[in-house]
Design a protein around this ligand. Structure first.
Ligand code: SAM
Length: 330
């Protein structure tokens, strides 16, 4: 029954993500004309504190850059990229890519989440002319599986529990629709920490194995809290605990190196990891930093640094056997 639904607090973390994004957009940190369509009564939602807005801005900017860069890699090979987003929630990335120059370099975009969340998203897409226009003619958009899935030629929304073994969840859903000869990017933005490591490892390994059977490349981008063993990390964990959200998958990752090792352990060949704090220093231009600093007054400068130090973007890549051979014979 609903009262005993232990997954509800985890599904509800998507509301926080969407409200933070809406707030950052309204204040002028980010540009995203689509988020408003995913937040009920968007005009009544109060802004989030500056610290959240800035964090949302840095996270969004960093992941956008990495995604665009993967699409560039695919384009360089003369191919279109396929993107699969795990625990996509109310993410608007598909619509933002589709509205920009990446549109013609995108083969398909697939979003997975719990059925309650995919149902809500499918309804929002159907209700909004702006969102559904990106998916083509209305007769080409199909709602299926009792309202929990949505299919169009370029975009799909599929219900799936990431805790299930990939052989019964990912394989039957994705193997028939992914093109084994095109580059594939897996996006995991704030989702793997909610899943026990054994289960999320199995998911990532399934994607790594998928690329040995194809002649493309598979890239994975993971964004997550990490290093939660120190005192500030414990505060962050307790915050979530008070809202009945556990992080079983965050435990093993206490350093950037442990985040990189995850990729090697699961069959990927190259990996990088960066804290949001480092990303801000090294990837955001001085002009942009000055623009951000002028938007709102931030009192908690030290707290911001601590928060940014506890979030990491890590990314890894696996080449297919065929490509690896070409590389070795170089
Ligand atoms: N990726 C989006 C973003 O960054 O804006 C949403 C992030 S939200 C914090 C976490 C999402 O992961 C939620 O939509 C939740 O339902 C989904 N999720 C968590 N555990 C999941 C699981 N076992 N299977 C499928 N989805 C899951």
């Amino acid at each position: 029954s609903k009262a005993l639904d232990l997954d509800e607090p985890v599904r509800a973390t998507d509301n926080d993500a969407a409200l933070a994004r809406l707030s950052a957009v309204r204040k002028g940190y980010l540009v995203d004309p689509f988020i408003i369509h995913f937040v009920p009564r968007a005009h009544l939602q109060p802004p989030r504190p500056p610290l959240i807005n800035i964090g949302t801005y840095i996270r969004g900017t960093g992941l956008d850059e990495l995604v665009e860069s993967f699409i560039g890699l695919a384009t360089g090979q003369g191919k279109k990229a396929q993107i699969v987003s795990l625990g996509a929630g109310s993410d608007t990335r598909f619509w933002r890519l589709h509205a920009g120059t990446s549109r013609e370099h995108l083969a398909c975009y697939i979003e997975l989440d719990f059925p309650e969340n995919t149902t809500r998203k499918a309804m929002a897409v159907r209700k909004s002319k702006v969102l559904s226009a990106a998916l083509g003619r209305s007769e080409d958009i199909q709602i299926g599986d009792g309202g929990t899935s949505l299919h169009s030629s370029i975009y799909r929304l599929l219900p799936l529990d990431l805790r299930l073994p990939p052989s019964v969840s990912l394989a039957p859903k994705l193997a028939p629709i992914l093109d084994p000869s095109s580059p594939l990017l897996i996006l995991c933005e704030c989702v793997l920490a909610y899943v026990a490591s054994a289960a999320s490892d199995a998911v990532l390994r399934w994607f790594a194995d998928f690329s040995s059977s194809n002649d493309g490349v598979t890239g994975v981008i993971i964004y997550e809290m990490f290093g939660l063993e120190d005192s500030f990390g414990r505060v962050m964990k307790n915050n979530l605990k008070s809202r009945h959200v556990e992080l079983p998958g965050a435990e093993p990752y206490n350093s950037l190196d442990s985040l990189r090792q995850r990729f090697f352990r699961l069959g990927f060949e190259e990996a990088r990891a960066l804290t949001l704090r480092d990303f801000r220093r090294t990837h955001i231009s001085v002009t942009e930093q000055m623009r951000i600093a002028r938007i709102e007054m931030l009192d908690e400068v030290e707290e911001l640094e601590l928060v940014l130090q506890h979030y990491a973007i890590s990314w890894g890549i696996k080449l297919s056997a065929k490509q690896a051979n070409a590389w070795l014979e170089w």
